[in-house]
Every structure is written in structure tokens, then in C-alpha cells.
Design a protein around this ligand. Structure first.
Ligand code: NDP
Length: 448
């Protein structure tokens, strides 16, 4: 993948110079700029008005100290971030990630991707992302609560239900959202939908927990249908065992597929009989245990140490749902050798650029994250609607809206790819369709 357009190639150089040592951000920008070469040729006004320059520069970067006290009475210091990337379409919207690998470059890449993903949903939400290098793993509930309260004490100064509405991501699930919401309410004396992914008892939306995984499968099913296929009877390999992975496994199984792997950062399991999802939910959602425990309940299953070799398992469909760059070129070649027909991204940027190109060059159907995993943020936006109107929807109403949003994203990506001369390239299609709407809104709002 090469950026041939002179202006965009120069912009890429400037992005790398202005954001040194942030390879994940460079990777995300490069992929988008590559797709936008036809758009730059057709719309010289976007260059004149600095739209490309502005879209790669966050509107605001907030970085703060998060002091908290552990169970031994010792003071711990972490770093918190919120990057408010682009508000052309609506309030900043995007998750919070708590993981030791978090630094400014990771949050910037995620915030940048979020702009286009949110645009693709068709809902009025801008792009943002945040998080901390805090690791919730191995911490007590009280430690997690003290951390969340300290994090929100600072974050509350910068967010609001019409300004910036964070949600969960890696390491931020129902427990963390509850603690964050409780502290916001206490500080601001305001009971509004300032966070999404809330518990159902205090303003959450039905089907938000399932939304990203279900949405991934709705998109994949639309893509398969368009190619005279479906999930029925297919073997599926999934990585991860968190929120996205669990509900992707559930929906793929409901649609007639057999999911045979799941993983965590220590290793992966292969169960040829099909994953026992109730057990995974108990181990991961309730008991917070490692995936290796699975084989004590299912001795016929295999456990392999190390998570990257999960892609050696032969399958028809691969759904990477753990983290960025978890699937490289060698893994892509192995999957192709073993007959994979479709790959859709549940995690954000789980494929390296080389892996993605390898799939595309070998005729594997490929759905990119900013389209395929947009279901989570879409239902978050529906949660905002329900909070504003103080009127909760049924599970069926949310799920059916989610399905139609995912089918629309597939259609609009196909149409954009065709219009710009790259039919079937869903990566380019998603980038173009997502970008055009934001660019139009930025043009209309002037130089701000
Ligand atoms: P969770 O924290 O619920 O689960 C993450 C899973 O990925 C866990 O199984 C975790 O294993 C594994 N994992 C995390 N980091 C690594 C790593 N460095 N190497 C290997 N495995 C790893 O997160 P989510 O399921 O919410 O998020 C997964 C992905 O989906 C992320 O890329 C996220 O940005 C993306 N996403 C999530 C959305 C949502 O609604 N939740 C929406 C859109 C995208 P372990 O427990 O060992 O850490």
C-alpha cells in the first residue's frame, strides 16, 4: 500500500514528524490516507480548506495524573488520557481503555479510527477516546473503585452529556462504568447520560453488552450473503474472550456456525465440539479467571500457551476480537493455506497492514474494524437517545435497529468502494464513506 498522491504523501510525512514514536497512530492514518487518494483528486476544495490536515490533528488532548491508594495503603500513580479528536458530527464519543500498554499513541490511533466509525453509523456522534495505563487485572474491587473515582475526578471537568460521552473498551466493563458514573454523579450533582454501557438499573440500554459482537456478526452475515454464503455450517476461529469475543461467539453460533477457539493474553483453547459459552461467561465475566481453566471442565479441549498461534487453527471464518496487531502476515498466510474464506475485525486494527493486504490479494472477504465493530458505539448512541428521552427501549427494538445499522454500513461501504473505482474493497469503502460525511460537516462549519 503506497500513498501516491503527492499532497497526501507529504501529509503522512508531517503526521509522522509531529507525532514521533507513535507507530499505531501512523499505521491508522496511513491506511486511511491511502484510501482517500481518489477523494483528494475529486475534491480539491478539501485540500484548499485544510480538511485533510485538520482531520489528522486532534481538537484537544487531555493528559492527567491519576493518584490512588492501594489495599496496602501505598500511593500509586497512573496516567489518564482523553483525546477529543473531532466534533464535526456531534459530541465526542468513544471508549475508555484501561491496560498497561496504553500511551498517547494508542489513544490517538483509537480516537482517529473512531471519527470514521461513528460517521459510518449514520448517528450524530463525533470521535474521541481515552484511558489509562492502569491494569485492573489482579486488583481488588475496592482498588478498582478508588482508581475509577480518582480518574473521574479529573475527567469530569472535560465531559458532559452534550460534550463528550465516554464508554467502555479493553479493561473497562460494567464494574468500571458503574464506579465512574457514580463518581461523576456525585461530583456534578447531575444524573445524565454522560457515560454509556451503564447497568440497566441506572440508565443503560438493553443489548449494549451484546452490541459489538452481535453487530460484527450482522455485518459478516451481510457480507457473506452478498457472496452467496452464510454462517450456517461454517467453522469459526475467534481470538479474545472479553466483551466483543463472547457476544460474537454467541451470535455466530445462533446463526448456525461452530466456534472452536477463544483466547486471552496467556493462551488459547481449541474445542472441536464447539465452545461452551456459558462456561466462558462464568469464567471471564463473573469469576475473572484465565481461559486455561476451561480444560478442567472440558478435558477433550486443548489449551495452548501463547495467544498468537490461535490462527494456526483451520477455519472458514476468522474473527479477531482481542487487540491491535494480533494477526500478522505469517498468520494471514497460514489462515489462507488452511482455507479461510472471510475475515472480519472485532477488535480495533487487529490485522497489521501486511496481513490485511495478504487477505485482500488472495480473494479472502475482508471487513475492516471501523465498519465491522461499529455496533458497540451505535448502540451507545441509542443509549444516549434513551437517556435524553427518559424512555427505555426493548431488547428487540435495539437489536433490530443495530442489525439495520450494520447492514447499512456494509451497503454504504460497498457503494463508496464502487464509486471510487475499487469495487469489493471494503477497507477503502469504509474509509471513504466515513470520511466524506465528516468532511462535508467540517466544510459547512468553517475553519474552526
Ligand atoms: P475486554 O477487556 O472485554 O477483552 C479483551 C480481550 O482481549 C481479553 O480476552 C484479553 O485477554 C485480550 N487481550 C487484551 N489485550 C491483549 C493483548 N495485548 N494480547 C492478547 N490478548 C489481549 O475488551 P473488549 O472485548 O471490549 O475489546 C476487545 C477489542 O474490541 C479491543 O480492540 C476494543 O478496542 C475493541 N472494541 C470494543 C468495543 C466494545 O464495545 N467493547 C467496541 C468496538 C471495538 P486478557 O484478559 O488476558 O487481557
Amino acid at each position: 500500500m503506497v500513498i501516491e498522491n503527492e499532497y497526501l504523501a507529504g501529509l503522512m510525512q508531517r503526521v509522522m514528524k509531529r507525532n514521533p514514536n507513535e507507530p499505531e497512530f501512523h499505521q491508522a492514518v496511513e491506511e486511511v490516507l491511502c484510501s482517500l487518494q481518489g477523494v483528494a483528486d475529486e475534491h480539491p476544495e478539501f485540500i484548499e480548506r485544510g480538511i485533510f490536515e485538520a482531520i489528522v490533528e486532534p481538537e484537544r488532548i487531555i493528559k492527567f495524573r491519576v493518584p490512588w491508594v492501594d489495599d496496602n495503603g501505598k500511593v500509586q500513580i497512573n496516567r489518564g488520557y482523553r483525546i477529543q479528536f473531532n466534533s464535526a458530527l456531534g459530541p465526542y464519543k468513544g471508549g475508555l481503555r484501561f491496560h498497561p500498554s496504553v500511551y498517547e499513541g494508542v489513544i490517538k490511533f483509537l480516537g482517529f479510527e473512531q471519527i470514521f466509525k461513528n460517521s459510518l453509523t449514520g448517528l450524530p456522534i463525533g470521535g474521541g477516546k481515552g484511558g489509562s495505563d492502569f491494569d485492573p487485572k489482579g486488583k481488588s474491587d475496592m482498588e478498582v473503585m478508588r482508581f475509577c473515582q480518582s480518574f473521574m475526578t479529573e475527567l469530569s471537568k472535560h465531559i458532559g452529556s452534550d460534550t463528550d460521552v465516554p464508554a467502555g473498551d479493553i479493561g473497562v466493563g460494567a464494574r468500571e462504568i458503574g464506579f465512574l458514573f457514580g463518581q461523576y454523579k456525585r461530583l456534578m450533582n447531575e444524573n445524565t447520560g454522560v457515560l454509556t454501557g451503564k447497568g440497566i438499573s441506572y440508565g443503560g440500554s438493553l443489548a449494549r453488552t451484546e452490541a459489538t459482537g452481535y453487530g460484527l456478526c450482522y455485518y459478516t452475515e451481510a457480507m457473506l450473503k452478498d457472496n452467496n454464503s452464510s454462517f450456517a455450517g461454517k467453522t469459526v476461529v475467534i481470538s479474545g474472550s472479553g466483551n466483543v469475543a463472547i457476544y460474537a461467539c454467541e451470535k455466530a453460533t445462533q446463526l448456525g456456525a461452530k466456534v472452536i477457539t477463544m483466547s486471552d493474553s496467556n493462551g488459547y483453547i481449541v474445542d472441536k465440539n464447539g465452545i461452551d459459552l456459558e462456561l466462558i461467561k462464568r469464567l471471564k465475566e463473573v469469576e475473572r479467571k484465565r481461559i486455561s481453566e476451561y480444560i478442567s471442565f472440558h478435558p477433550q479441549a486443548e489449551y495452548h500457551e501463547g495467544c498468537t498461534l490461535v490462527w494456526n487453527t483451520p477455519c472458514d471464518i476468522a474473527l479477531p476480537c482481542a487487540t491491535q496487531n494480533e494477526l500478522d502476515k505469517a498468520a494471514a498466510e497460514t489462515l489462507i493455506k488452511n482455507g479461510v474464506m472471510a475475515v472480519c475485525e472485532g477488535a480495533n486494527m487487529p490485522n497489521t497492514i501486511e496481513a490485511m493486504e495478504t487477505f485482500q490479494a488472495n480473494g479472502v472477504l475482508f471487513g475492516p474494524a471501523k465498519a465491522t465493530n461499529a455496533g458497540g458505539v451505535a448502540v451507545s448512541a441509542l443509549e444516549m437517545c434513551q437517556n435524553s428521552s427518559r424512555h427505555p427501549w426493548t431488547f428487540e427494538a435495539v437489536d433490530s435497529e443495530l442489525k439495520s445499522i450494520m447492514e447499512n454500513i456494509y451497503e454504504s461501504s460497498c457503494k463508496a468502494a464502487e464509486k471510487y473505482g475499487v469495487p469489493g474493497n471494503l477497507v477503502a469503502g469504509a474509509n471513504i464513506a466515513g470520511f466524506l460525511k465528516v468532511a462535508d460537516a467540517m466544510m459547512a462549519q468553517g475553519i474552526v
